[in-house]
Design a protein around this ligand. Sequence first.
Ligand SMILES: [Zn+2]
Length: 507
Amino acid sequence: SEDGYFNSHFLRKPEERWKNREDHELYCAGHLMEAAVEYYKATGKDKFLKLMQDYADYIYKVFVIEDLAAFKTPGHEEIELALVKLYDVTENKKYLELSKYFIDTRGTIEEPYILEKYNHYNIQDHLPVRQQKTAEGHSVRASYLYSGMADIAVKYNDTELFEACKTIFSNIVNKRMYITGGTGSSHLGEAFTLDYDLPNSKGYAETCAAIALAFFAQRMLLLEKNSVYADTVERVMYNGMLSGISLDGKAFFYENPLEIQPVLNKRNVSTTFTERNPITQRKEVFSCSCCPPNVIRFIGAINGYIYSYEQDILFINQYISSEMLYENIQADMKTDFPSSGNVSIKTKNINQIAIRKPYWCTDVDIKVNGNDAIYTLEKGYMYLGLTETNNTIDIKMDMPVRLVRSNPKVHEDSKKTAVMRGPIVYCAEGIDNDFPLNQILFNEKCEYKVNKSNDLDADILKLRVKIPKESDELYTFKPFEYIDKELTLIPFYCFANRGETEMRVWL
Ligand SMILES: [Zn+2]
């Protein structure tokens, strides 16, 4: 409208503008601003960008100058990080101030809940953000907020805010994150719950929450060169984000549980009651449409996660074939990662390079122009000096199949094993394995084969394992007799692409 407001739903009902904190007006504004910035960067056309600048100016007036809204901070965070992007292309400091205003104000004043059954934790205003120590509430809201906090910490060199981000990030990755990078383990409030509460078949792990965690992690990488951040981006990228889209790109998951038991949806044989369980197959359309476009824009922006360049050091954060040109420096990366850990990088005019050593990598060999390289390892990055103008760096990362155990405090994973190869988390599907997928015994030094599946266009694993011999007894006093079996595992992101079937990550 004339005043800069931009939301077609409320243009029809102007009297409802800025009345209800749950109405997602600022959330939608944030996504529109991000879209306008990216459209401008891709095409150079600024019509949409100008409209969003008008909208941001108007929001600044409503919230900061005239205080006209029925609430002070967004009911669903997102605009905080979007305003920083808008500042980056326009250099208008007002947008940065508005983002900082929303972040600094959250939790400092009494505001309405968004819905009657929610509390302040759900919308992260239970405390001023600088005092928050744990990841709380709606997991998408939360990680968008933390991303905005990290942005503001960078822009204002705000060490207090950075420390809060560090504490929250550590709480997430050490206590509240699935092995897939999914977060928000409960559908109740789509929220973070308690430390180590990571149920598998009831796991929520919204696609948007995984993506939001990658946003948060990538911003933390700007504040501190520590591989844990890029490792987390990688974990999300190849697992909890990618599972959100089908292999043909046409259907999506909103929830990404780590276990599917089709029987759970068939238990109401004698009633019309239904239990709430995650859906077992992806859908083309959801009534709440956040996740599908989030996956698409994340994949579209993946180039931004590969390199960073700071203080004359080129950082290699992700292994993706790509060419990079920045001022007079160049890099050209070739790799079939994550199929193998072999990466070759040609560089020009780069004097120092820092290569991430992933958390799953046991052994790495680096050659510069054919000679063994000497490097120093600092916070998960391998720093190498380069003496020539043009260099070829060959990296060979060991990528064996590795068995993973969770902290015993994660009840649902106790005595269970997950399997990873490189960054890929694997799962077993019933369609590939004609035996029960619980009670599998793994050999610590397991024999395995890596095969290419044309069906799934992915590397699948065949592992020698032991399972209890089949029996007709419901209960028995006899110890199990184990027999050898070949277990087929597929990447987690490939699950539910061949019809409804059992699926387990933790075996
Ligand atoms: Zn979503």
